[in-house]
Design a protein around this ligand. Structure first.
Ligand SMILES: Cc1ncc(COP(=O)(O)O)c(C=O)c1O
Length: 419
């Protein structure tokens, strides 16, 4: 047989694929909290715009950059909301942030170069880097750390081969938001060490601690920003996002887009235009809903003494379940733990090590189910943890130093401030 591409083989397997395999052998979850896709409906005016576009006839190719009205609406939004002042030639409509990240990296990365990716973080960053022959180097930004500590950690991770820093704030899976001080420092660091910054801002609309800061507002030469309609407007299956690139990359990215997908589905782009220009009430309602769900889940975890990171954005809660007092597996154990939770309690969450080695021992709970389902899911998870703790106390009572270490800054929240 002819061989397959070596970069393709290096991409690795997504943890979510393994979960799909479990679902072929185990009964499915009664409460599914593992997927990071909004359960809320796409706004009605978005759906109507897509329908109308299909009826008008959209079975044609469009410009590589995106439909001109949408590109202009995105440019105006960037000025209005992100303080990012760019020309339309710096905007490219992409098939979600997934393709945006891939396109950005393919424009700037050469084989062998290193990319700093957040750990825990969205696994596709490292997969995209490897698909291009690059090397993904994980970095940790302790959620509760000061800007100085976080920047020192980041600088320590830089080697002579480092070429790009990927940043994701608000972040998946922890919901951590980097402070303005950290983001300013990160952009300064990139300037000093002559690095690109790829900033994934697909959760920009779900930041609950002050306004979102786009790193591209701080530098117009080395920051590439990836945005998405998937989460903001609850339309992930439409596959629309956009990339904002420095002028120096704009022609190159357009060529790459022509090669990769030609253009994004035209009817979906009509939906995205309606999302940007139509009523924003659905977005306000989504924010309220995620905040209420976050409050309910964190309160239940806190009452049960289960540590979690303080989610300041996105729609996830990252909880530490397989560390003392809940379990005792010094490999992290979150895979086995999650599988057992599914088998015994029919609740499915995402194992933390799906998001990198530092997620070992944790699980991600997606706030993408209604209040009732979340309450039931957390009640079952808590019961499972307590049973695990009882079993652990009969065998091993203390964890290793590693287990006690707290790489992502979690602690049981002391009071209502965590809401
Ligand atoms: C951090 C992050 N970036 C990008 C994406 C993908 O978004 P899109 O649907 O726009 O491709 C996700 C999806 O979960 C994500 O969590």
């Amino acid at each position: 047989m002819p061989s397959v591409g070596s970069y393709a083989q290096a991409v690795g397997r997504s943890g979510f694929r393994a979960i799909s395999e479990w679902l072929q052998e185990l009964p499915g979850p009664e409460v599914a909290l593992h997927i990071g896709a909004p359960d809320l409906p796409s706004p009605a005016h978005v759906v109507a715009a897509v329908e109308q576009a299909v009826r008008r006839g959209t079975a044609r190719y469009g410009p590589n950059r995106g439909e001109p009205e949408l590109v202009e609406a995105i440019r105006a939004k960037l000025v209005r909301q992100n303080d990012v002042r760019v020309g339309t030639e710096q905007v490219l409509v992409t098939a979600g942030a997934t393709q945006g990240v891939q396109l950005a990296l393919s424009a700037i990365l050469a084989p062998g170069q290193e990319v700093l990716v957040p750990d825990p973080g969205w696994p596709n960053y490292a997969m995209a880097v490897r698909s291009l022959g690059g090397v993904a180097r994980p970095y940790a930004l302790a959620a509760d750390g000061s800007a100085a500590t976080q920047l020192a950690e980041l600088e320590r991770a830089i080697t002579p081969a480092t070429h790009v820093i990927v940043v994701n704030s608000p972040g998946n899976p922890t919901g951590a938001v980097l402070s303005a001080e950290t983001l300013h420092g990160l952009v300064d660091l990139a300037r000093r060490r002559d690095l690109w910054v790829v900033s994934d801002e697909c959760y920009e609309s779900f930041q609950f601690t002050g306004p979102h800061l786009s790193p591209a507002a701080l530098d117009d030469e080395r920051v590439i920003s990836c945005f998405s309609f998937s989460k903001t407007f609850a339309m992930p299956g439409m596959r629309v996002g956009y990339l904002v690139v420095p002028r120096s990359l704009s022609a190159l990215c357009l060529r790459l887009q022509e090669m990769a997908i030609c253009c994004v589905n035209i009817a979906a782009q009509a939906g995205a235009l309606a999302a940007l220009e139509g009523p924003q009430q659905a977005l306000t309602d989504m924010r309220t809903t995620y905040l209420r769900r976050r409050a309910g889940v964190t309160r239940r975890l806190r009452d049960a003494g289960i540590p979690y990171t303080d989610p300041q954005g996105a729609f996830y809660v990252f909880a530490r379940v397989t560390a003392p007092p809940f379990g005792h597996d010094d490999k992290g154990g979150d895979w086995d733990w999650t599988r057992e939770l599914l088998r015994e309690k029919r609740v499915l969450v995402a194992p933390g090590s799906t998001f990198g080695a530092r997620g070992g021992g944790w699980v991600r709970i997606a706030l993408t189910a209604d209040d009732e389902a979340l309450a039931e899911g957390i009640a079952r998870l808590v019961a499972f943890c307590h049973a695990d703790a009882d079993a652990a106390s009969l065998t091993v009572t203390t964890g290793t130093a590693d287990e006690r270490r707290d790489p992502v800054g979690a602690r049981p929240r002391p009071g209502p401030a965590a809401q």
